[in-house]
Ligand binder design. Structure first.
Ligand code: SAH
Ligand code: SF4
Length: 437
């Protein structure tokens, strides 16, 4: 979502005549987009801003602007701590960045509206030119909703991005059609919880009910679109209709990122996740029946307040049952304003680190076992980088495949059949198979 926000800002600034600078040292305007999900991201922001202080002293005309969730959460704390920062812009105001930049009296714009609707986003036709060395991407993100109403106990997102609001269905379809007309082959639908799309505000012109599964089916009808992905899904809202889409729609990629967070029912309750491990594992089974080749990935938090060795053992046991193709795993990090922040029995840093290592070590082995099964199989890969020295693409299951050097020229977005020759825990390697499309 931050990548997409950065693209939007780049687009808005391009319309105002700005151009990307080759180096930070040559820029008149430095825009830093920030993430508040864990404390580490926030610390990185401060250390980066600190490193710009002498630059600003030498070049007082350079404007420094901070956007995103940390900007939203800290507001004028940033300008107080970092006086060389000119402008702090929150998650809903980023659409106004060009006009905010016009008046130097603007320092902090972080208002958060209850019923914020994503403005008509600049159409893909006005997207900034890519630097000439990079061909336009065949894969794009499309935001379908903003905010989140789930209030998972550890999570800062509902506070930094406000209430859930879904974009009108017609706007989304229109944006995707424009992308496809410009050669885009793959779309990733974005939202904090795409499964609840359309459930908090009307998304159709006549107000008729319309769910995420409906949207996926309508997107799949757009001619020329070869791959559809989406992220993120909350397990409690994963509907049978959406699972059915995996069974029926060949352009819906056989990959689902389904964050479980913990394998312990006690911790899931404390996290306010509103599902049990048994229900989660049942979803995994149903998905595998609907789409036998599906790859399921997840997010895990270790060391949530009160997590005991038994709770952690439940997470490890869930990993054995679900056998995720991959996962993102994190040490619990205290975030200001969340309900977990005031929970008792915080887990020690060393224990969190040890649990994280244990989890990641086992996950790596499982990922490798999955990946080795692709050896000697033919997989369809969408080319992402066509540079001869780093030819690579991605399978529908979202595996990165490095492509052995070949005389054939590929362009980004092209679908190629490859025979897999090597497998590591994080990527595959393959060579062009005889017949490719
Ligand atoms: N809306 C998405 C993504 C949320 S943020 C979802 O619900 O899945 C991405 C991941 O960051 C989360 O899934 C969670 O695993 C992790 N995360 C969020 N808050 C965290 C915290 N306070 N400490 C550690 N990890 C956290
Ligand atoms: Fe955060 Fe939970 Fe919302 Fe995801 S669903 S953004 S984890 S509150």
């Amino acid at each position: 979502m931050n990548v997409r926000d950065s693209e939007i800002v780049a687009q808005l600034l391009t319309q105002q005549g700005y151009r990307p600078a080759p180096e930070i040292s040559e820029a008149n305007l430095i825009v830093l987009n920030t993430c508040a999900i864990r404390a580490k991201a926030e610390q990185k922001m401060f250390s980066f801003l600190g490193s710009l202080r002498t630059h600003k002293e030498k070049h007082p005309d350079v404007k420094i602007c901070v956007l995103g969730c940390v900007a939203q959460q800290l507001g004028d704390t940033i300008t107080k701590r970092m006086a060389h920062v000119d402008l702090v812009v929150g998650t809903q105001q980023l659409y106004q960045l060009p006009s905010l930049l016009e008046d130097p009296r603007n320092r902090v714009a972080v208002e958060l509206l209850e019923d914020f609707a994503i403005p008509e986003i600049v159409s893909p036709e006005t997207e900034p030119d890519h630097p000439s060395t990079q061909p336009p991407s065949a894969s794009r993100f499309v935001t379908i909703m903003q905010g989140c109403n789930n209030f998972c106990a550890y999570c800062v997102v509902p506070y930094t991005r406000g209430r859930e609001q879904s974009r009108a269905k017609e706007d989304i379809i229109d944006e995707i059609e424009q992308h496809v007309a410009r050669g885009v082959k793959e779309i990733t639908l974005l939202g904090q919880n795409v499964n609840s799309y359309g459930s908090t505000n009307p998304v159709t012109a006549d107000g008729s009910p319309y769910s995420f599964a409906h949207l996926v089916r309508d997107v799949a009808k757009i001619p020329g679109l070869r791959r559809i992905r989406f992220t993120t899904s909350h397990p409690k809202d994963l509907s049978p209709e959406l699972i059915q889409c995996f069974a029926e729609l060949p352009t819906l990629c056989p990959h689902l990122h389904l964050p479980v967070q913990s394998g312990s029912n006690r911790i899931l309750t404390l996290m306010n996740r509103r599902y049990r491990r048994e229900a989660y594992l049942a979803l995994v089974e149903t998905l595998k029946i609907a789409r036998p080749d599906i790859a399921i990935t997840t997010d895990i938090i270790v060391g949530f307040p009160g997590e005991t060795e038994t709770d952690f053992a439940d997470t490890m046991a869930l990993l054995e049952s679900a056998r995720f193709h991959g996962s993102f795993s994190f040490k619990y990090s205290d975030r200001a304003g969340t309900s977990a922040q005031s929970m008792p029995d915080k887990v020690e840093e060393t224990i969190k680190a040890e649990r994280l290592r244990t989890f990641q070590h086992r996950q790596e082995k499982i990922s490798l076992e999955h990946n080795q099964k692709y050896i000697d199989h033919i997989v369809e890969v969408m080319v992402e980088s066509s540079r001869q020295d780093s030819l690579m693409g991605r399978t529908g299951t979202n595996h990165i495949v490095h492509i052995a050097p070949t005389d054939t020229q590929f362009s980004p977005g092209e679908l190629v059949n490859l025979r897999i020759t090597h497998a590591g825990p994080h990527a595959l390697r393959g060579a062009v198979a005889p017949a490719h499309s």
